[in-house]
Design a protein around this ligand. Sequence first.
Ligand code: PLP
Length: 414
Amino acid sequence: MTEHPTAAELDDADPLAALRDEFELPDGIYLVGNSLGALPKAARDYVNAEFDRWATLGVEGHFTGDLAWKDYHELLTNQLAALTGALADEVVAMNSLTVNLHLLMVSFYRPTSTRHKILIEGHAFPSDHFAVESQIRQRGFDPQGSMILLEPREGEELLRPDDILAAISDHGDELALVLLPGVQYYTGQVLPMAQITSAGHAVGALVGFDLAHAIGNLELSLHDWDVDFAAWCTYKYLNSGPGGVAGAFVHHRHVSDQSLPKFHGWWGTNKASRFEMATEFDAIPTVESWQLSNAPILLMASLRASLDIFEKAGGMGPLRQKTEQQIGYFDRRLEESLGDRVQSITPRALAERGCQLALRVTKDDGRRVFEELENARVLCDWRHPDVIRVAAVPLYNSFDDIDRFVDILDVVVR
Ligand SMILES: *Cc1c(COP(=O)(O)O)cnc(C)c1O
């Protein structure tokens, strides 16, 4: 037997271990930050501060002090830019994820009679599938002929990166848009965003990413990768709370392009003249021109609490390092304890995965296993038909969480 460090030793040596104290975690083992991130303790204070300002200032809260609500979304910009590898004029917090996908497709899906196809995955998150399908119909095209669903090869779970790139070049000059996830929500597979972007551009298509499972999980360089647009929610790895405000990225080269079709609202127009109530739309020369409405302050307040913890962690670099250690530990413990009683459908290679594992129990009834895990107070999630997803989130999960989970799984899977 080789001597491997124990969970306790790894936790002792973990420079980020103390961040767990910044969160209020439910009883049990919380391994479901891929679905809903944990509550940052400070979120209560950030939100209460806005209740207090509302109580004491009333409507003047819009214009008063450093936290003036009319500019409140700007407080999030630099932190979101750091997490996505973006310039400050490329990111904004607004709306919800599916709404942002729609708004961005209004601008970046511009079908013509010859170039009208959108490439997505066959196993896209249903909301993304519906959004794309309805955008195609909205422009007078038929999803049957304009929606390309990328499937893994027969008998395989994962999309091969080469197959994605080949599909892009095969559809070539019929392809208007490539819309793929940064991390596949079911399998946890990381897609090669930089390569996909250049393959899309090489055939004259635009390229957008849904980063729901990527932001706060991977190191991203959206600007350098030359991605055209992206959107994400913040209630998963960004811990903003249920229904939290989402985010959007538009590449610098597009942000002040007034020729792009865009749905307009008063929050997208010049701030200096906004309250003069003029009806001449004077687009803000940044991604903020995609904003429609005044910002949801309470949702942004709780998100700020979480983004401050990311800053405390030193950004995604150290968090990603911890993830690599944690998934290595996770793999090893599963192999030692369960061997072939459990199969991971997540890619094995570090470069192709984030902190989530998708597990299939091979000789048992997955649904029963999931229910017994719940009874043992393991919080994870179940995805039809037979996958249990668990995520070790480096901000608040310890090596001990992984260790105890594997022990419980070992007992439950007979
Ligand atoms: C979580 C998730 C969503 C959820 O969309 P909402 O608009 O936030 O409800 C959509 N797409 C993907 C890929 C997701 O992972």
